[in-house]
Design a protein around this ligand. Structure first.
Ligand code: SF4
Length: 207
């Protein structure tokens, strides 16, 4: 059986979702016979490859590099997962949107909040050009599944990966579907037996 080709991508996020990915601990090593990580900030791969089965995308789309990357990722990947609240809704990363565009953000950061005032970087190879609005992943490309949480917990990520590796629909129990910080631990009252389809298909509520 071919191994599942798994990737993770880091767009506009704090890396907290990737830190939580590492909280799956030895799980990924145990899956080495059935899954391989072919691209990730955590492995030494420079170019996003063709033929990826599943990608977890952390972060919102904030600049022109993210824009090009997520389009490449979509073209080369069978199942795109919006991984964490920034990818799903914009979340913390989108807090700059009320400032009204890229230029006001740069002026705030480099001029008004800088003492002494600095200068707005102009060379595009220094700082990627910002988009005027930060947007979630599904605003740019179709997304196949949403894994909310800030960040999703290690056990939730593991539960989702187990289903993907098994080729099953990623219907997680309701207690694993939450926005913001870690949800409640697995409930002893049978919540595990009540799968939620909030994870898969369509857009998250309120977006
Ligand atoms: S969802 Fe939370 S943990 Fe993940 S990148 Fe955004 S701010 Fe960081």
């Amino acid at each position: 059986m071919d191994r599942l080709r798994l990737a993770t991508v880091w767009l506009g996020g704090c890396s907290g979702c990737h830190m939580s990915f590492l909280d799956t601990d030895e799980f990924l090593l145990e899956q080495a016979d059935v899954a391989e990580v072919v691209y990730s900030p955590l492995v030494d791969a420079k170019e996003y490859p063709e033929g990826v089965d599943v990608v977890l995308v952390e972060g919102a789309v904030c600049n022109v590099e993210h824009l090009a990357m997520i389009q490449r990722v979509r073209e080369r990947t069978r199942l795109v997962v919006a991984f964490g609240d920034c990818a799903v809704t914009g979340n913390v990363t989108a807090l700059r949107n009320p400032l009204g565009g890229a230029l006001p953000v740069l002026e705030r950061a480099y001029l008004r909040a800088s003492d002494p005032p600095g200068a707005i970087p102009e060379a595009s190879d220094t700082v990627p050009e910002l988009l005027d609005r930060v947007v979630p992943v599904h605003a740019i490309v179709p997304v196949d599944a949403f894994l909310p949480g800030c960040p999703p917990s290690g056990p939730t990520i593991r539960a989702a990966l187990e289903r993907m590796i098994a080729g099953e629909p990623v219907d997680l129990p309701g207690h694993r579907i939450h926005f913001g910080g870690y949800g409640q631990p697995p409930s002893p009252d049978g919540a595990e037996a009540m799968p939620s389809r909030a994870f898969r298909g369509g857009r998250p509520r309120g977006d």
